[in-house]
Ligand binder design. Structure first.
Ligand SMILES: *Cc1c(COP(=O)(O)O)cnc(C)c1O
Length: 233
């Protein structure tokens, strides 16, 4: 019960921050979805969050997400699973079984692997975001420049995938405002060609306000909700 109360308190704080950021930006609160990133935390926390009304859950490793999703489903609780981490192609077949939105498609080969996996093992298309590398350094995931255009095209050409928008993580050492301003430009460019690509997944515990001021529709919040992680996940 103590844990549950802690989560409720944290959730109230995060919701207030989101509401304040929307108000400051002149945006409707309904435009921003809170994704609770539960990596390294147990399924019991997902159940508590679901009871508190959080129905969008993010994970970054298939090895952890797949059994957690199965456990939540076994409880008869429905949540939307967001896959937010770097994804290896050999995990595509597992991820398409439970994920509702994959935020981290950053290569032509990964797009193809996901589309193939959907065709073999899923009865409906998979929603995906293309991950943008804001500083062009691919080590933290994401694509930039011409490569980004190629990934967008690779997603758009496969009926098994639905291009829903873009995602980014602010590069280390960058002011969040600068990073998310740049992402907003990229998001607009993608939307000019693909009008259904309306999602902008940006903002984490430290920088959700900056992300919302630059048009984020999905914020991915881990530590501010669940506590500091004992290991990075
Ligand atoms: C862990 C993680 C988050 C959440 O980070 P916090 O700083 O704990 O809020 C968001 N996005 C991605 C891709 C992550 O891996």
């Amino acid at each position: 019960m103590e844990r549950r109360a802690q989560l409720a308190t944290n959730l109230a704080r995060v919701r207030a921050r989101i509401a304040d950021a929307c108000a400051a930006a002149g945006r409707d609160r309904g435009e921003v979805t809170l994704v609770a990133v539960t990596k390294t935390y147990p399924a019991a926390d997902v159940l508590s969050l679901a009871e508190l009304g959080v129905r969008d859950i993010g994970e970054n490793r298939d090895q952890e997400a797949a059994p957690k999703a199965a456990e939540i489903a076994a409880h008869g609780v429905e949540v939307r699973w967001h896959f937010v981490g770097q994804l290896q192609r050999n995990k595509a077949r597992s991820v398409v079984r439970y994920a509702d939105l994959v935020h981290s498609v950053d290569s032509v080969r990964l797009a193809a692997a996901l589309a193939d996996a959907v065709e073999r093992g899923r009865d409906r298309p998979l929603d995906v975001l293309v991950q943008v590398s804001i500083d062009g350094d691919p080590r933290r995931g994401g694509a930039a420049g011409d490569e980004l255009d190629r990934v967008v095209a690779a997603v758009a050409e496969r009926p098994a995938l639905r291009l829903r928008g873009v995602m980014a993580v602010a590069p280390l050492g960058w002011p969040a405002e600068t990073a998310f301003a740049r992402l907003a430009e990229v998001a607009q460019r993608v939307r000019d060609r693909h009008p259904d690509a309306t999602v902008v997944s940006a903002g984490m515990s430290e920088d959700l306000e900056a992300a919302i001021s630059w048009g984020a529709t999905h914020v991915r919040i881990g530590s501010a909700l669940l506590g500091k992680r004992a290991y990075p996940g």
